[in-house]
Structures are given as C-alpha cells and as structure tokens.
Design a protein around this ligand. Structure first.
Ligand code: F6R
Length: 606
C-alpha cells in the first residue's frame, strides 16, 4: 500500500526520491508524487499524478536538479478515486504532507474545524495537512502533537514546513516509518527496501514520537518532550538480493530462489539432527505449557497456517484453530493464558494481523510470530519471533515467504512433538531429515518447469476454473488457487473434492478446466473417483500427482509428477509446481506479473 520516502542531504533530491519510489513500487499503488524545497524561496514545489513512477518522472523533468530536502509518496487509493488531485503530497499553507494509513474521523474534522475551504482533494490525508496548517504557528513539533491528538485511525505522517528548510518531520500510529542518517544525508521511508541503497543501519520511529530528520542528525522526542535515543538495527539483506537477477519478473526469481531460501531458514535451526530454536531465544516451555494453538494470519500466510493445522492435528493431536486475522477480533475467539498464538506474516506489517496480536496479548496469550521482515511491527509486538530468512520478497504474489513459513512450521511441529514426548529422538531426526531433503526435491520440480508451462496452456483461456483435492491437498490448492487468481485474473475456486457433489459440480462443463492435486497415499483412490466425476462431465483435467502414485494414469489425464516425499511434506514440491503454473499463465497472458491490479504487497489498512 502507500509508500513513503523522505530525503534531506547532498545528493540530487529529485533523483533520490524518484529512485526510492521505484523501489517502493512493489507495495502496490495507483499514483505517485514528490515535493521538494525550492532553491531560493521558502516554498515547496509539488509534482504528482495518477499512474506510475515513470509517468511522474516525465512530468518532473522540468524541475531543476538540486541538492536539498524533499518527500515522496506512492498512493493506493482508499478515500477518493485515482486522480492527480488525490495523489500525495498535499500542500496546505506552509505544510506539505504525505500520509500512509486511514484517518477515520476525517469528516468530523472537516466539520469541527471548518476545513472545507482549504481542501482540493477527496482524501482523508489532505484533511490532516489542513488541520496541521491550522495548528501551525511556527512550532512544528507542537503543531504535530496537537494534530495527532485529534486524529482517529492509523497514520504515518511525513511533513515539510516551508519555513523550516532542510528538516523533515514525522510522527505515526501503527503505520511504520524507518529512518537513518548516513554520509549521503538523512532518509526515512515506509519500509526498508528504499533505505538499503544508503545504509544497512536504520531505526524504527516509535509510535507517538516526533522525528526531526536533518542531513546530518536525527532528533526523536516523545509527546512529553523527552528526547529519546533511536534504537539502531542492522539489515542483513544483501543489497543485490532485491534485484531481478536476470529474470523478467521478481515472481519467477523468487520461485527459483526457494531451495536456497529453505536452506537459510533451517540451517541454523537444526543441531545434531534435532530442531533447535536457541538462536531465536524460543524456550521449550512455550511449546510444552500450552493447551491449544491459535494461528492468525491473512492470505497466503494463513494458508501456511492451514498446513500447520493439519500437521498439529495429525502429529500432536492438539486443539488448533486457524483464524483470518481480519475476522479474529470480531469472532469472540477462545483465547487465554493456555493458548499459544502464532502470528504468520511475510511483511510483519499487515495491520489486521498486528491488531489481532495485540488483542490476543491483552487476553493473556503468549505470542510467537513467524515473520520475514526483521524488526517489523508484528515482530516487535510479539513475545517471540522466528524469522523465516527468505530475503526480500518483492513480487506481490507471495512464494518463497510461504514455503519458508512452512519450513518453520515443520521445525516447530517436530520440536513440539519431541518436547511433548510424542516423537522419540530418532523419529524427530527422521522427520527433520525429510525437511532437509526439501531443497533438492524443489530443484527437481524447478528443473521440469517446461512441463508445467505446457500445463499452463490448458488453463490460459479459461474464465473459471476449479482446483480439487482432499485433506492436505485441499490446503495446498487453496494457496495454488489464490496464486492463480491474483496474477492471472482467472476466477479459480479450490474445493474439497468430496464436497463438489454438494453444489459446485453444477458449474463443471467443458469450459471449466479442473486442476487436481493427488499427493496423499491414503486419499488417492477417493481423489481419483472425484477427478473422474468431473472428467466425465467434460472438464479438461490437469493432475499434480506424487510420482509413485502416477503409475497407470498416464494415458487418462495430463499429469505432472511431483518427486516423492513423506506425505506430510508433499506440500513443498506441490506448492512450487502450482506457483509456476500461476506464473506461466500470467506471463503468457502478457500481464505485469509482479504488480497485479488492485493489490498491494503490504496491507496497512483494515
Ligand atoms: C498473496 C499474498 C497475500 C499475503 C497477505 C498477508 O500472494 O501475498 O495474500 O499473504 O496479504 O501478508 P503478510 O504475509 O505480509 O502478512
């Protein structure tokens, strides 16, 4: 969702801002803009437009390049349509502002402070700029505090005051801002991707504090006026690991990176063949003292939770629920001090998951999070964190984040099974050995990706499609189906195949291709019957099947054979195959695979 950048320093400010906005494009956006201090006057120039950063670049060329101070924004529309006027920055009087989040009470603020006449857009953000200008009498920090005290909702505000040259101000609630000072100057952003080019040191601006960023210094004060030392963290992502590395799209690159990513996830968490979370500081008591588990997450991360649910039930025989984070707080969840809450998130910023974690903690639960982005909001809010170490995931469609989340869950389940006396040491080691085979098995699927490309041709022209399977296969397909619909815009539904006869089979025709997964030995014969039911109604069926189960079926269906693993682990090769299917359909249709329409990589509004 909205991306924010601010820069004050020696380099050409226009270029720094535009380059950084390009790095933030992956978050998903529909318009972009920058504001820069004018060279000789206490004025600010604003350039903004609906469209891409490349469109913005074109309209900014008239601006003289210069060193100095500026802010930039990529907007993902929430309040007000996609238009030049609604793009940020918003300038009202001496205030120029960009905003990420939602100001829930913006209508009341317009009414109570009679701001209507100051507004030129339909956005909630411009209301914050107008209010700030109303309170501003030359003292930025006081005006910001007063403004924030009137705002309801989530926000990261980044502001320039035309009479305070060279300084960028920021304050926030929930929506994150990271900042740094390096030899090139002071820089802040909505996420680390934009800062990596400058430095590997950064700090997170704490909520309800005011940051004053200058080219060579930062000042951080809380709302009582007390100075606070920034807590610097280190990014351990290599700068070039966020490039495309010769691939046409990040999604393909990230799919291909999965074997390495899994190795990074597990290598330091296996000692003597046993799962070990000492590097994460996660004690065994977390796993032995809980009576039930509740996984909270959204989208793909929630699908990883569904696989974990199947493992917990079949191996640990424990009570477990997987909750959509956006529904969690409103569903009267059964959460108490006996509940281990596991939050799963690639970005660590998904606001629904973050709010759900806060809620669960208020109810006395202990919270472990499985996160990719270091130091992110959910990581900071949790009692314990296990980082997936997938490296930067830039494509909107999540791939390596998902499989590394699964890898963490295999480790957790094995550790729990051993610490709860369910697995012997030998059983635990054998389970972990299978996990360690995953990278080589994934490599085999990746090597045969041409065959998946051929399968993709089968579904290319479809408007609607079903994915069917039972048990773990159904969980795998929920994720495969989400992947396909988000990047190819084909309407795809994953259905438990036994449930098909209770309604949806009415939709099966020769125009409705069916993708099936058959990876679980004990479910195979029932799954095959269900596949034959749709085939006999004319559906063209493509089957992703465990290699050892494929014998004798070659002539009957289009098959892609998945290398054999223990049943619990078949989700790994199957997921890679389904990600490739979605990728090829999207790229063959000529879509911008990495930036599907309407979607944002980081979902920071509820
Ligand atoms: C789909 C996808 C989304 C995310 C979801 C949660 O490919 O990426 O469904 O999984 O928005 O995001 P995180 O994991 O950042 O909390």
């Amino acid at each position: 969702m909205c991306g924010i950048i601010g820069y004050t320093g020696n380099e050409d400010v226009r270029e720094v801002l535009l380059d950084a906005l390009e790095l933030l494009e992956y978050r998903g956006y529909d318009s972009a803009g920058i504001a820069m201090e004018e060279e000789d006057a206490q004025e600010t120039t604003v350039c903004k437009c609906a469209g891409r950063v490349r469109d913005l670049r074109q309209i900014c060329t008239a601006e003289k390049s210069r060193r100095g101070c500026g802010i930039g924004h990529t907007r993902w529309a929430t309040h007000g349509g996609v238009s030049d006027a609604n793009a940020h920055p918003h300038r009202v009087g001496r205030v120029t502002l960009v905003h990420n989040g939602i100001i829930e009470n913006y209508r009341e603020l317009i009414r109570d402070y009679e701001l209507e006449g100051a507004l030129h857009s339909e956005t909630d953000s411009e209301v914050a700029a107008a209010l700030l200008d109303r309170f501003y009498d030359g003292e930025p920090v006081e005006a910001l505090k007063q403004t924030v005290s009137k705002l309801k909702g989530t926000f990261a505000l980044v502001v320039m005051f035309s009479d305070h040259r060279g300084v960028i101000y920021s304050t926030r609630n929930v929506s994150p801002i990271v900042a740094t000072v390096s030899k090139q100057g002071g820089m802040l952003a909505s996420d680390l991707t934009a800062l990596c080019r400058f430095t590997s040191r950064y700090f997170v601006v704490p909520e309800y504090h005011v940051l004053e960023l200058r080219e060579d210094s930062v000042k951080l004060t809380d709302f009582d006026g007390k100075t606070v030392e920034p807590e610097y963290l280190k990014v351990d992502w290599e700068l070039n690991s966020s490039g495309k590395n010769g691939y046409p799209f990040y999604m393909e690159k990230e799919i291909m990176e999965q074997p390495e990513a899994i190795i990074r996830t597990i290598e330091n968490r296996v000692k003597g063949g046993m799962p070990d979370f000492s590097m994460d500081g996660v004690p065994d008591s977390l796993f032995t003292d809980c009576e039930r588990i509740c996984i909270i997450a959204c989208g793909t991360a929630m699908h990883a939770g569904l696989v974990a649910q199947a493992l917990v039930k079949s191996i640990l025989h424990m009570h477990i629920e997987v909750e959509m984070a956006s529904e969690f707080m409103y569903s009267d969840p059964v959460i108490d001090s006996g509940t281990l809450v596991i939050a799963v998130s690639q970005s660590g910023e998904t606001i629904d998951t973050l709010e759900a974690v806060k809620y669960a903690k208020r109810r006395g639960a202990r919270c472990l999070s499985v996160i990719n982005v270091k130091g992110s909001s959910i990581a900071r809010e949790s009692d314990y964190v296990i980082y997936t170490n997938a490296g930067p995931e830039i494509a909107v469609a999540s791939t390596k984040a998902y499989t590394t989340q699964l890898a963490v869950f295999y480790l957790i389940v094995a550790r729990m099974a051993h610490s709860r006396g369910i697995f012997s040491a030998e059983e635990t080691q054998s389970f972990i050995r299978e996990l360690q085979r995953t990278p080589e098995v994934m490599e085999k699927v990746l090597k045969n990706r041409r065959d998946i490309h051929l399968m993709a041709k089968k579904v290319l022209g479809a408007k609607d499609l079903f994915m069917i399977g039972r048990g773990l296969d159904h969980s795998i397909l929920l994720e495969g189906s989400l992947k396909l619909k988000e990047v190819s815009y084909i309407h795809s539904e994953a259905y438990a195949s036994g449930e098909l006869k209770h309604g949806p089979i009415a939709l099966i025709t020769a125009d409705t291709p069916v993708v099936a997964a058959v990876t679980q030995d004990k479910l195979m014969s029932k799954e095959l019957s269900n596949i034959r039911e749709v085939a006999s109604r004319g559906a063209d069926v493509a089957v992703f099947i465990k290699e050892s189960l494929a014998k004798g079926l070659e002539g009957e269906f289009a098959l892609f054979a998945l290398p054999d693993m223990r049943n619990e682990f078949m989700v790994m090769p199957a997921s890679v195959a389904l990600q490739l299917l979605a990728y090829y359909v999207s790229s063959d249709k000529g879509f911008d695979v990495d930036k599907p329409r309407n979607l944002a990589k980081v979902v920071t509004v509820e």
